[in-house]
Design a protein around this ligand. Structure first.
Ligand code: 6PG
Length: 242
């Protein structure tokens, strides 16, 4: 794993940099492998990034969009990560419908939805049983508590290492989430983090010693590159490496 920390003066500079990095990684994947599989994060931080990506000139027919986690709500629900991404980005570009792979949230049992998404991923990547996918790019955010995707502190999902997708738990509410093995197979992983409310958790994540079950973002150790893209409000106590 190669890890880089980049700190930008404000949120707009952060988003501008994230657009540049994502477009670069997407184009590199398409040039090398003729396709790019991306898993997106939800929440509020990436929304302006997604809105900006809608105005880039990318080979949409070569790009496949997945989600690294999802709230267990209908796509029309205001909390839906898929619904948000469609509104601000995917409905504005000519990406083929078959290239957009939302997590289904219409099973009565979220475990069935997790298994369904595993099957979708296995089909797309041509995986044998027990194999994990190697996404070209995974975008992650981090909560004020240090969670990432829907891997929340001291929850069972943190210990699931034999499945690619599992059911997370946010205060008793089910979420679908990639597991650590899936997240760690990515060729490029970007943490996009902004705001002073993230400072304390970031300090714990970057501390020389610590507990990933308390700060799950510590547990992300991808095989490929790990890029931390932070605004100054979030990262001012950290030392940038680029
Ligand atoms: C989600 C995300 C989650 C998010 C963090 C940060 O579904 O909410 O995937 O992991 O990235 O909670 O959220 P904000 O960007 O809104 O602070």
């Amino acid at each position: 794993m190669t890890q880089t920390v980049s700190i930008y003066p404000d949120r707009q500079a952060l988003i501008d940099a994230a657009v540049t990095v994502m477009v670069d990684r997407i184009r590199a994947a398409v040039n090398e492998r003729h396709s790019c599989a991306i898993a997106l994060s939800g929440g509020s931080t990436p929304q302006p990034l997604y809105a900006a990506l809608a105005h880039t000139d990318l080979p949409w027919e070569r790009i496949h969009i997945f989600w690294g986690d999802e709230r267990y709500v209908a796509p029309t629900h205001p909390d839906s990560n898929y619904g948000m991404t469609r509104r601000v980005w995917l409905d504005l570009v000519t990406i083929p419908a078959a290239n957009v792979h939302p997590m289904r949230t219409d099973f009565a049992d979220p475990q069935l939805a997790a298994a369904d998404y595993e099957r979708q991923i296995a089909t797309h990547f041509g995986l044998a049983a027990g194999e994990f996918p190697a996404f070209d790019l995974i975008l992650l955010g981090m909560g004020d508590d240090g969670h990432t995707a829907s891997l929340f502190p001291h929850t069972a999902a943190l210990s699931v290492v034999d499945r690619a997708v599992t059911v997370g738990d946010k205060d008793g509410q089910p979420r679908l989430t990639f597991t650590y093995p899936t997240l760690d197979r990515s060729r490029s992983t970007i943490f996009l983090i902004a705001g002073a409310s993230k400072q304390a958790a970031l300090a714990e994540v970057f501390a020389p010693t610590g507990d990933a079950s308390t700060y799950p973002s510590r547990g992300i150790v991808p095989q490929g590159e790990l890029l931390w893209l932070l605004d100054a409000a979030a990262g001012e106590k950290l030392a940038p490496s680029s």
